[in-house]
Design a protein around this ligand. Structure first.
Ligand code: HEM
Length: 402
């Protein structure tokens, strides 16, 4: 059964961040559509700023900004209206990834100092959101869903601090430690997965206000601590210790799989609405963990680099299969009241088209049939664009009727 979505006190603030996040996601998709037709001919060095714009608009402008909307929705209790915070976050976190194209070294303007300024503004927004969320956590029930969002936000702040350090290094500042690896490791284990567990829990598990399950709490704790450990391991350059981080991730994923198995197997794949997106995301979390275990043991453990296509398969499982599905599940839930009047037909097209698109894209990357990327990415991209159009119109309609 669908988890109940009560009206939230800060619904308008959350809607603003979601609207901007959906807009920025269009940039990710357009670059993805273009690149999908050129796989094999992409110059990953000369086109670094374009590839990073694709990555940053997807991870920061879309996923992170949408997660800040989720935070406002889940932690708002009507006490002390955060009017400036959502506006500041929407502008700074929305604009920062776009600046990559211009200012990344080698890009059209190539100005690392400017990139650093925008990165710092986004960091201020995230720290501000974290402080607000910590204050709010004493005023709302700390369910597993809220705990996961709080854990993800704490680690997101650490990810952004690492981001700023990476940019300072580009700007010429020298300091020890493998900040780049620390950044990627923390991003996956400490940020993406707690956020994903929280969103699945909200939609399919105990909901936002349900009693806090001990095993749910343990699984979130393992990931958050795993993220910290990943940073320490990367900074002290002891890659062998990554296996410990992986162990924490595997334990958390097993707990998650056991807790969610019956909800996923009971999901109705034909019902329009967000639950099937959340159920598919839960399956993608398991696939993501299996891929990561394979990559670590087959490549990192023997000191070799995994092929780029394998990492691309992993990235799109995480950010499209897991997190985009979960954000769409959230948007479907919070706009449920106007769904029937606004492009109701789109929900089936988006769910099935997006699923065929991302699963096909990931599989052909994994098996090396790269010529088929040009077939699956248009299916994925066009269905995502239809979803963006439908959810934007619905968010506006909900706002107008509030
Ligand atoms: C949240 C969303 C997304 C994220 C975070 C993301 C991330 C990435 C990353 C990290 C890469 C590798 C870049 C590199 O080599 O440095 C990549 C490549 C690529 N992405 Fe995405 N992506 C997202 C969505 C999409 C979508 C929606 C599409 C298609 C419509 C797409 C199509 C592609 C293509 C075609 C490539 C190049 C593949 C290749 O060279 O084999 N991506 N993406």
């Amino acid at each position: 059964m669908a988890a109940y979505t009560p009206p939230a006190p800060y619904a308008s603030a959350a809607r603003l961040t979601w609207q901007v996040a959906l807009l920025v996601f269009i940039v990710t998709i357009l670059i993805g559509l273009m690149n999908g037709q050129r796989v094999g001919a992409i110059d990953t060095t000369a086109e670094r700023s374009l590839l990073l714009t694709h990555l940053q608009t997807g991870t920061v402008g879309w996923i992170t900004l949408a997660l800040l909307g989720v935070t406002l929705w889940l932690f708002g209790n009507g006490d002390g209206d955060p009017r400036m915070l959502p506006r500041f976050a929407a502008v700074t976190v929305g604009v920062y990834p776009l600046t990559f194209y211009l200012f990344y070294p080698g890009g059209p303007v190539s100005n690392p100092a400017a990139l650093h300024v925008f990165g710092t503004l986004a960091l201020i927004a995230i720290v501000w959101m974290l402080i607000w969320t910590i204050q709010q956590s004493g005023r709302v029930p700390m369910s597993v869903a809220r705990l996961g969002v709080l854990g993800a936000l704490i680690n997101l702040t650490l990810v952004k601090i690492l981001d700023v350090l990476v940019e300072l290094r580009f700007a010429g500042l020298a300091f020890p430690g493998d900040v780049n690896t620390a950044h990627s490791a923390m991003m996956t284990v400490g940020y993406v997965l707690p956020a994903a567990f929280a969103l699945v829990e909200w939609r399919l598990g105990g909901g936002a206000d349900g009693p806090r399950s001990l095993w749910g709490t343990i699984s979130i704790g393992l990931l958050v601590v795993g993220g910290w450990l990943a940073v320490i391991v990367a900074v002290i350059s002891q890659p062998a210790l990554f296996q410990l981080v992986l162990l924490l991730q595997i334990a958390a994923t097993i707990i998650f799989a056991v807790r969610m198995a019956s909800r996923v197997s009971g999901a109705s794949w034909l019902d329009r609405g967000g639950d099937r997106h959340a159920a598919l995301a839960a399956i993608a979390i398991i696939v993501d963990a299996a891929l990561l275990v394979y990559i670590v043991f087959a490549f990192f453990a023997v000191g070799s680099e995994p092929p780029r296509a394998l990492l691309i398969g992993l990235n799109h499982t995480e950010f499209v299969g897991v997190l985009t599905n979960l954000m769409f599940a959230t948007l479907l839930a919070v706009t449920a009241s106007v769904r029937e009047q606004t492009w109701a037909w789109a929900d089936d097209v988006v769910f099935w088209g997006m699923s065929i698109g991302w699963i096909g894209f990931v599989v052909v990357e994994l098996i090396g049939a790269l010529s088929l990327v040009a077939v699956f990415t248009p299916i994925l991209g066009v269905c995502l664009l239809i979803g963006i159009a439908a959810y934007s119109m619905r968010l506006r309609k909900v706002a107008a009727s509030a």
